[in-house]
Structures are given as C-alpha cells and as structure tokens.
Design a protein around this ligand. Structure first.
Ligand SMILES: [Zn+2]
Length: 135
C-alpha cells in the first residue's frame, strides 16, 4: 500500500476512457488536527476510496478512512487505544468550488484538503478506555 496521498489525473483517465477506479493508501495525519490531551495517532490513516469521473468532469470520491488513536483515557487516565472508521464522500468540480464541493485545476484532483477535512470530522472529542465506555 502506498504511503502518500495520490492524485487523480482526470485528463489522463478520460483520455484512456477509464472513468472509475480505486485508491487504497495510507498517509500521516497532521498531529495538529488532534485536540485530546495525551492522545496521538498510533499509526498512519488508511484510506479506501473509489472515484468516478462524470461527463462534465465532476469527480465523485467515496469510501472510508480509518485510524487508531492511542493515549490516556480522558476520564481515568489508563492507557488505551481505539480504532475509528469513518465513511466519507465528496464531489470535486473543475471550477471554483461552491459551498460543500471542492474544486480542482489543471485536470488534477488533489485529495489532501478533503482528507484533512475528513480526518478532522472523524476525530472524537475524547478517547475513553473500555471500562469507562461501558459506564
Ligand atoms: Zn477510562
């Protein structure tokens, strides 16, 4: 599995009449996204995405990301870790983005901002160990 964020080369895909594909990769999340004291990413974020290029060159990206957090339980301070999986989807338009959508230029879809937003959205507000979760 590649450990970097791939780009989608829309022009090349269209030239090859290949309008959909899969992207499986992992990447290091920015530590600055995580705002829980004494908790860190235990491993790179794993992404399993599918993309589809439409006739108007809009690109739909769908899939899941998952990551593991490790550190002190926010309540009892025991060491704990938990894996989170989050479903995501986005539409990339070959123009300036409108509201919820992302834009792309030069025929290349850059997934970095979308993945940063997805990780930020998927992060929990706190990390609880199994014992505290059951209470
Ligand atoms: Zn606990």
């Amino acid at each position: 599995m590649n450990k970097s964020i791939p780009e989608i080369d829309v022009r090349r895909c269209v030239a090859r009449k290949c309008y959909e594909g899969e992207l499986n990769f992992s990447f290091d999340a920015e530590d600055g996204l995580l705002d829980i004291p004494l908790v860190a990413f235990a491993s790179p974020v794993t992404a399993r995405l599918r993309y589809e290029i439409f006739e108007d060159d809009a690109v739909e990206v769908k899939g899941t990301i998952s990551f593991t957090l490790r550190g002190e339980c926010s309540r009892c301070l025991a060491q704990t870790e938990e894996t989170f999986t989050h479903e995501t989807e986005a539409l990339f338009l070959p123009k300036a983005p409108l509201g919820e959508e992302y834009g792309y230029t030069g025929g290349i879809v850059d997934l970095a901002e979308f993945l940063r937003d997805t990780v930020a959205f998927a992060l929990p507000a706190r990390l609880l160990c199994k014992t505290c979760e059951e209470e």
